[in-house]
Design a protein around this ligand. Structure first.
Ligand code: 13P
Length: 253
């Protein structure tokens, strides 16, 4: 019922030639994965080159962040949601843990960016996830709920129906320590219950919740077979054609 969605977050990796090569390699194979929705999120400076390399393939283009102001303004160094649409983006990742923790973005910041992205028709991929010490202290559910409520504040059910949520436990990101399918499913089920209690059953049934954090072609199948895991947000394993295709194959099943 929910279309599986796998997106690659390339973070601050690759150079221009490598980004184009990866995009072209994926574009050539994207047709083999039928109903799986596929996205790639290169560094913003390579969005245009990657868009061209994706050609007419079904792979959607996404950005890794945006500013919260839609119209042009004097904000040196920032990229607006309108610019992302202009360059052909469909998605924007918001509230990634690296932005929350390294760049001190609050859920309130994420909320403003989310509203701006939705207003211009982007599909936001909103990330939530706990630190290791928060998990150890038994605070996972509370932390995720707080990030969910803060990031989605003021959205209508209709707006929430247009977003994608990514659960990315911070301790699993780039560490090789993947959450067990049970650990991930527990949080995904909590998130779905939150969608139902804060909005309505239709929204809860339709919003895709991706898992992210050390996803590989090898572990993707068991993760993606969990009832509330609807796809993956992939970092390291999205940087090579074969490993990303392996994850797409797992999502197809
Ligand atoms: P890794 O897949 O490299 O752990 O990164 C996950 C991530 O942060 C995706 O947004």
């Amino acid at each position: 019922m929910r279309r599986p969605f796998v997106a690659g977050n390339w973070k601050m990796n690759l150079n221009r030639a490598q980004a184009v090569e990866l995009a072209a390699g994926l574009a050539a194979k994207a047709g083999d994965y039928g109903h799986v929705e596929i996205g790639v999120c290169p560094p913003s400076i390579y969005l245009e080159a990657v868009r061209q390399a994706l050609g007419s393939s079904s792979i959607g283009l996404g950005a890794q962040n945006c500013h919260q102001e839609v119209p042009k303004k004097a904000f040196t160094g920032e990229v607006s949601p309108a610019m992302l649409v202009d360059i052909g983006c469909k998605y924007v990742i918001l509230g990634h843990s690296e932005r929350r923790h390294t760049f001190q973005e609050s859920s309130q910041d994420v909320n403003q960016k989310l509203l701006a992205a939705l207003a211009i028709g982007l599909t936001p991929i909103v990330c939530v996830g706990e630190l290791l010490e928060e998990r150890k202290a038994g605070k996972t559910k509370a932390v995720v709920q707080e990030q969910f409520d803060g990031s989605l504040a003021g959205l209508t059910a209709d707006q929430v129906g247009k977003i994608v949520i990514a659960y990315e436990p911070v301790w699993a990101i780039g560490t090789g320590v993947v959450a067990t399918p049970e650990q991930a499913e527990e949080v995904h089920a909590d998130l779905r219950r939150l969608l139902e209690s804060r909005y309505n059953p239709a929204v809860a049934a339709s919003v895709r919740i991706q898992y992210g954090g050390s996803v590989t072609a090898e572990n993707a199948k068991t993760l993606l077979s969990q009832p509330n895991i609807d796809g993956a947000l992939v970092g390291g394993a999205a940087l090579k054609v074969d490993s990303f295709l392996g994850i797409l194959a797992a999502a197809k099943k």
